[in-house]
Ligand binder design. Structure first.
Ligand code: NDP
Ligand code: 8X3
Length: 249
């Protein structure tokens, strides 16, 4: 049985992916900062697979290292890493952007992803086997108005995904990105700092992607034979043609 460590499993895409993996018999290391949600998920999945929870902020380099180094024996071998934790903070033009928001997006989406990867990659290179999936975004392919720093963070994920694949190639490690367009999760609620009315409007009037749609694709990616690596995948709702062109009713 394989073991996957998924960051950001307390909500949205990470949670749906954990649910799907549990159904498919993949043991789980669930990560996030909201312990009560991690506990609920552990309760829900532990009749299907082995589950361990890790509570750390991906920004905290020491905690990341400690959490992964301290995994119990049954969970020490990580076959699949899903770098999913991430978010947007604000949607402001560059000239009035909030520098704390910028720090949060770069620290979580870019540096956090690197810290978690650095803590796990050595065991994969030692074994000459492992699979890393980086959750990017259409925002990592295309910049949209007021998306400036969030888009920069996801362009960085795109570059890191390519860099990881190149550097880990000789170690036989699979590396790929899944880049979704809009998915209805807590993403916009976080971006708009709890303004649920504004967040809901983002997804009104069109058939937006659901977290389960992305979980399906992530499971497809991890279930290919070892010699097949999905390197870079972009997925949008049928109603969405680009970050700004959406066929709303
Ligand atoms: P959600 O807000 O629903 O989930 C985000 C997850 O990330 C939560 O489980 C949260 O857990 C975790 N997280 C956030 N900050 C931290 C942190 N500092 N340390 C540890 N964990 C953290 O959003 P989504 O599911 O939509 O987002 C998941 C990924 O998908 C992100 O990388 C996002 O950029 C990307 N994405 C989302 C799209 C969308 O439209 N929704 C489209 C394209 C990409 P907790 O708060 O418990 O720590
Ligand atoms: C999240 C999708 O379009 O809100 O990455 O940036 S979008």
């Amino acid at each position: 049985m394989k073991t996957a460590l998924i960051t950001g499993t307390t909500s949205g895409i990470g949670k749906a992916t954990a649910e799907r993996f549990a159904k498919e018999g993949i043991n789980l290391i669930l990560c996030g900062r909201r312990q009560e949600r991690l506990d609920e998920l552990q309760q829900a999945f532990q009749s299907q697979v082995k589950v361990h929870t890790l509570n750390f902020d991906v920004r905290d380099k020491e905690k990341v290292v400690q959490a992964i180094a301290g995994l119990p024996d049954d969970f020490k071998r990580i076959d699949i890493l899903i770098n999913n934790a991430g978010n947007a903070h604000g949607l402001d033009p560059i000239q009035t952007g909030n520098t704390d928001d910028w720090d949060a997006m770069l620290d979580i989406n870019v540096k956090g992803l690197l810290y978690v990867s650095k803590a796990i990659i050595p065991q994969m290179t030692d074994r000459k086997e492992g699979h890393i999936i980086n959750i990017g975004s259409t925002a990592g392919k295309e910049v949209y108005p007021n998306g400036n720093v969030y888009c920069a963070s996801k362009h960085a994920v795109d570059a890191i995904n390519q860099g990881m694949r190149i550097d880990l190639n000789k170690h036989n490690i699979k590396v790929g990105a899944v880049n979704p367009g809009m998915v209805h999760t807590e993403f916009s609620e976080v971006r708009f700092k709890g303004d649920t009315e504004r967040a809901d409007k983002v997804y009104q009037g069109f058939d937006v992607l659901k977290p389960e749609d992305i979980a399906d694709i992530i499971y497809f990616v991890v279930s290919r034979p070892y010699h097949v690596n999905i390197a870079d995948l972009v997925v949008m709702s049928t109603a969405q043609a680009s970050s700004t062109i959406i066929n709303k009713n």
